[in-house]
Design a protein around this ligand. Structure first.
Ligand SMILES: [Zn+2]
Length: 251
């Protein structure tokens, strides 16, 4: 277990299923990194278009509302871009086409770190089942990050757009319990809470502050951090190789 809080990647890309997924899971870390100079990209597989259930609501209108909320939230966090892939909410699948679309985004943005969910999480306590879209987005993101994005003869059509193969240095998998790396979010927990509040259609009368502070306090317990976010971190490229290649696969 480690808590390497001096690490600041140059570029980080978070890939999730829905508007608000990043804010719930890793916005404190992204805000911390953005403040320190990281370029942060948000990739939303769906626009949460079945996530508003008021009478008369349409998918088109819901997507507009939720994209606007996501843009506001990511501005608070300090993201430099937000990409909406507009796959259908509630029906997301880890298809080869989704993997291909994510490979394109990774090769375009060239992140040092890819952040995504844990595709193995199904159960969460006795009052929630992990949303199938979360599992699908996590599977597609992991499969895009490794090995596909780094293989020049796979999805080679993107080379024509100038998007060469790219190998991310690390993958940060957001977890609900456990974890092997913890990022201190003491200075950015307020940003995280405010970014969640920006998702007004989802929060309704619920204020996220109490729950988010509890989660972050639990994650920081025993690590000399008042508030933290926990991850399972996979290091795909060692430090020396990364310094030389910055993710270029064939230099
Ligand atoms: Zn979600």
């Amino acid at each position: 277990m480690s808590s390497n809080n001096s690490y600041v990647p140059e570029r980080a890309m978070a890939i999730v299923a829905h508007p608000d997924d990043i804010e719930f899971s890793c916005a404190g870390t992204l805000a911390r990194w953005a403040k320190a100079g990281t370029s942060v990209s948000y990739v939303l597989c769906t626009s949460g278009d079945v996530g508003i259930e008021t009478p008369g609501m349409t998918r088109v209108r819901a997507a507009e509302i939720r994209e606007a909320e996501q843009l506001e939230a990511s501005r608070l966090v300090g993201a430099s871009e937000v990409i909406f892939l507009r796959e259908p909410d509630g029906l997301l699948q880890a298809t080869l086409d989704l993997r291909r679309r994510l490979v394109r985004e990774i090769r375009r943005f060239r992140p040092e770190v890819v952040l995504c969910g844990d595709p193995t999480i199904v159960w969460a306590g006795d009052d929630y089942i992990n949303h199938p879209d979360h599992r699908a987005a996590a599977t597609a993101a992991l499969d895009a990050a490794f090995p596909a994005a780094g293989q020049p003869n796979l999805f080679e059509e993107f080379a024509g757009e100038g998007f060469r193969a790219h190998r991310p240095r690390k993958v940060y998998v957001t977890i609900w319990e456990g974890g092997d790396e913890f990022v201190n979010i003491e200075e950015t927990i307020d940003v995280k809470i405010n970014a969640l509040r920006a998702h007004r259609s989802q929060m309704k009368d619920w204020d996220p502050e109490k729950t988010i502070r509890e989660w972050a306090k639990d994650a920081g317990k025993g690590k000399e951090m008042a508030y933290a976010e926990g991850f399972r971190v996979v290091t795909l490229i060692d430090d020396d190789t990364w310094a030389k290649t910055k993710g270029e696969c064939c230099t």
